[in-house]
Design a protein around this ligand. Sequence first.
Ligand code: 5AD
Ligand code: SF4
Length: 481
Amino acid sequence: MEKIIDESIQGQPLALEQNKENERKLFIESYGCQMNFSDSEIVASILSKEGFNTTQNLEDADLVLVNTCSIREKAEQTVRKRLEKYNAVKRINPKMKVGVLGCMAERLKSKFLEEEKIVDLVVGPDAYKDLPNLIEEVDAGRNAVNVILSKEETYGDISPVRLQSNGVSAFVSITRGCDNMCTFCVVPFTRGRERSRDPQSILEEIEDLANKNFKEITLLGQNVDSYLWYGGGLKKDFEKASDFQKATAVNFSKLLDMVAEKHPKIRLRFTTSNPQDMTLDVINVMARHKNICKYIHLPIQSGSDRILKAMNRLHTRQEYFDLIDNIKRIIPECAISQDIITGFPTETEEDHKDTLSLMEYVKYEYGFMFAYSERPGTLAERKLEDDVPEETKKRRLNEIIIAQRNHSEYRHQAFVGQTVEILIEKESKKSDQHWSGRTTQNTVAVFPKGDYKIGDFVMVHINECTSATLLGDAVGYSDNN
Ligand code: 5AD
Ligand code: SF4
């Protein structure tokens, strides 16, 4: 599962490039995971050819699209609230059309039209290429729905319109869907079967970003380590592939190696890794290339073997420790972050303590922690009672957050006194006199601006830290500029 930009709004994104001939205005916002943010860039690209430019003002929009998340109930509630806001605007501008994209569209399908009268258009994650036809329907005064999931669609042939980008970092999606079937997770139902994108089209997209001077690329997928290209087709059918297809297949470590080799000045990241799919080959490729960031997001969900099994996470606590030990042996400076769920059905105090002790062992750089939220249609919802009381889920969540804060501070302290390479991404939120950027380990660092600019690789001496941020002073350019 990829990392969630939790329940946040993208703000009012504006495309970096607008088509002067376009007359209609699109307001698009995204919730949930990075894949949604990346998909919105594909949607903006498809609609740019249909006469739409993006706008930052909801009030000006001819078409409002919201790219939605279903991962937890709260994420869905946030979207419903936004629909109320659109409704208020639609009262002033009745010609405005409203469309729902993404996981909620896929989960609720045409039910959306009954539940939310304001919605004109419902489009699932694999149906964006049908948007021109669907919009024609809506223009003709009819509601339109397409939620067909695909076994092939990767949007590899669409060149995304970069939305509200800093011009420094970009996402490139490499796989779609997920076959893992973790019992708590709605994603396999909303995003369908796992499929990989043609490496050629990935390389072309990255080449284009390199030519536009982008400095950091994150390869995206629900489960990147499971990437496998053998000429198209589902991963589960690989066994049936021809000898030639097998011999020329590209897996994730090969893809990573190819991209890193071709673009030595670009920082490469990837997310998300699943412990059971991550191979030593990937870790060795990371170690070989300076430009692959020394950071792995490696969700664990629970430290208890019993709960891991009930979650259908296909590894044990010990196997996870072995993987962590291997990562730290091969790349000692590698940062690791987690996703953890508290209060999964039947979780006892003992299980919770196992999670805390696992955290103590790994001492993650940071993490994304959630109370279990039962999702309709998942195996957990069908087979297990949501039996951990809300207060217990919250209390355990709190304990885990406190442990994580301590571990983050412990990890960040180790940077104090060191000089590290930072890629400048933006102005610090707290001060217009400071830049904000990240280390290779993905830790945020803030320092006085000097003469440096966004997109520069700078060496920064770290003077102090909090549990979230490193504070320092730039001492010169890094040799990566
Ligand atoms: N309840 C709570 N958290 C969930 N996640 C996925 N499904 C649920 C759920 N039903 C979390 C997992 C996953 C992250 C993206 O969201 O930790 O890794
Ligand atoms: Fe991630 Fe598991 Fe959900 Fe797949 S099923 S997206 S691996 S949490």
